[in-house]
Design a binder for this molecule. Sequence first.
Ligand code: AMP
Length: 332
Amino acid sequence: MVGERVRFPSRPRFAPNAAHSRAGQEIRHVRRSGEDIPNGEKEKTVLRIAVPNKGRLADRTLVLFEKAGLKAESRVDRALVAELGAEFQAIFVRAQDIPEFVKDGAADLGVTGADLVAESGQSVDELLDLDFGRCRLVVAVREDVPVSAPTELEAGTRVATSFPGITKSFFDEVGVEIQVAPVTGAAEIAPHLGVADVIVDLVSTGSTLKVNGLREIGTIMSSTARLIANHGVLGQPEKGRRIRELVTALESVIRARSKRYLMANVPRDRLTEVKQVIPGLSGPTIVEIQNGNGWVAAHAVVDDHQIYQTIIRLKELGAEGILVTPIERLMP
Ligand code: AMP
């Protein structure tokens, strides 16, 4: 792999219930006061989840866990660890260091971008696409450079990037011998400083490239935030079971994000048409209305991008009292 990689100082082996922060202190799960260990029952191991401590993925990760019922509670401000419910503990580290923490077993699980997992080259299990932090790793050139694809670049082209590993493998695969110029951020400036002719960088809307006078000529990979696990931890009976429960909870939140719960009072004699407009997960729920005369209530889960049209069609069928609410979790 070309370019400089982030390397950890060598660390001691980890005790089963302890992690080490970058500063080297040991972080232990401390049983909460009032929590009793029943006679003969072994103390439950807390599973550690490495979570980005700052940047684009940090806040959304904690919001996702909170919606799944795991609110991060730290004892002090800016803590390196926080309890996530009774069974998990968040350790806050840099997003790019998370694959290595998980690979080493310093954390059982981690949340980080697929781009960073790929760049790290670490072998970890990918458990879930968390469906946020969507971006692409692209190849871009100065607008005035007459090249329209990475394969058209000349041998020896200098490419500035903070993803030297992925960049080198990509250009090896397409058969162009490039020179990687590793940077730690703001690769966009490199072509203007004469440091490199080309950059490989993350984009979501592409507007930063445009503002900096750059043009995309190819996509290397698409990325979103992922839940990753230490290799083999899923196979452990107790930890594996708890991780599967966590995945189910997170999936239910992710699934619910794009759905709304719709309720409407509809004339009973239009029910056949109403069922076509709101098919729901397995047909709408029809509820009797007390003293409803010819009316019933219809409830259904609807894709949020269909809400606008669905309401128009329900109104055409004479629906009244239409109510749309967000859904916190959805388990089919
Ligand atoms: P950050 O810590 O803000 O530098 O970004 C960490 C991760 O956020 C990246 O490695 C990507 O996985 C993700 N990300 C999502 N959107 C973008 C974007 N537009 N630019 C850079 N990173 C992004």
